[in-house]
Design a protein around this ligand. Structure first.
Ligand SMILES: [Zn+2]
Length: 312
């Protein structure tokens, strides 16, 4: 890829409209625009504190987003070529994380048909099928979609959620796991999902919580400030977005992610390379590197929502 394609940002025509509430007044939040290399674009990047543009905050709902917003087709081109084997050896943790999400979904729906839009290599679909769901995945990365089909035998289309061929009204649950914060127009995604859900079906969103104490404390150094994130939702702003697109939140809670101890310690490398290396070595020596761990930093959230009936 031409590295110059990754610097700078073209403004989308409606870049100054809040993607969550439609508001038009912003305050400056973080100056984080910078040069972004290819390593910053994979799902497991540790390029914290750099984004494709600066981040502004909506005065109305507190939502933060990039300004100017990068063009959607430019981001799409980057996701098509995204490759990373880093998650593949985190299968046990990924399945455990998926089971926590499915526990919550099943309070409101299913098991029935589940769609995972942005499913990466398909761990949530594996967990869902083990619980009696019938799963369909959509994944823009050619590498990840191929991996899910080849290694896990899953039904995965290589597409994005806007152009995927999916049967309207056919899903009892749709999951966007770590996806909505990447979308230039998250409202349009919700509108498409509304057409795909069966009556009573639910939407599950797992995403970073930019309104959490840790996020506010860390500021631009928060782990979620990375090049591919263009939206920074808080509980308030994600609720505003859902309501604006006829979804009613049923549940919002913190959602820790399960990884091995060694993986979490390696992620510290985004803050201090030396500390990250030492941590991984020590964990391996004392035999805890492979142990599963789900520390709750309170800065990730799970949202379950359902379409409101017209008369609501
Ligand atoms: Zn807003």
């Amino acid at each position: 890829m031409d590295p110059s394609a990754l610097s700078g940002a073209e403004a989308a025509p409606d870049a100054r409209i809040c993607c969550a509430c439609g508001g038009k007044r912003f305050t400056e939040s973080y100056r984080v625009a910078g040069e972004v290399g290819e390593a910053g674009l994979i799902p497991t990047t540790v390029a914290y504190g750099t984004a494709l543009a600066d981040i502004v905050r909506c005065v109305g709902c507190g939502h933060r987003q990039l300004d100017p917003m990068p063009a959607a087709d430019r981001l799409a081109a980057l996701y098509e070529i995204a490759e990373s084997a880093d998650y593949v050896d985190q299968r046990a943790g990924q399945i455990a994380t998926a089971d926590r999400v499915l526990d919550r979904i099943e309070q409101f729906s299913g098991p029935g048909r589940i769609g995972d839009l942005g499913c990466w290599v398909g761990f949530l679909l594996i967990a869902a099928e083990a619980r009696g769901w019938s799963g369909q995945g959509v994944e823009p990365s050619q590498w990840a979609a191929d991996y899910g089909r080849r290694e896990h035998g899953l039904d995965v289309q290589c597409a994005d959620l806007f152009n995927a061929e999916l049967v309207p009204g056919s899903f009892d649950a749709i999951v966007l796991g770590d996806v909505i914060e990447h979308l230039v127009d998250p409202g349009a995604a919700l509108d498409r999902i509304a057409t795909l859900l069966a009556p009573g079906g639910v939407l599950a969103l797992a995403l970073p919580d930019a309104g959490s104490r840790l996020a506010r404390l860390m500021g631009r150094r928060w782990w979620a400030v990375i090049p591919t994130h263009v939206q920074y939702f808080s509980r308030d702003s994600v609720s505003a977005l859902l309501r604006a697109h006829r979804f009613g939140p049923l549940l919002i809670e913190t959602q820790p992610k399960v990884f091995s101890v060694g993986y979490y310690l390696g992620r510290i490398g985004g803050y201090s390379e030396r500390l990250g290396r030492i941590g991984v070595r020590v964990a391996a020596r004392i035999g805890v590197a492979e142990r599963l761990w789900a520390p709750d930093f309170g800065d990730r959230m799970l949202v379950i929502a359902r379409l409101c009936e017209p008369e609501d």
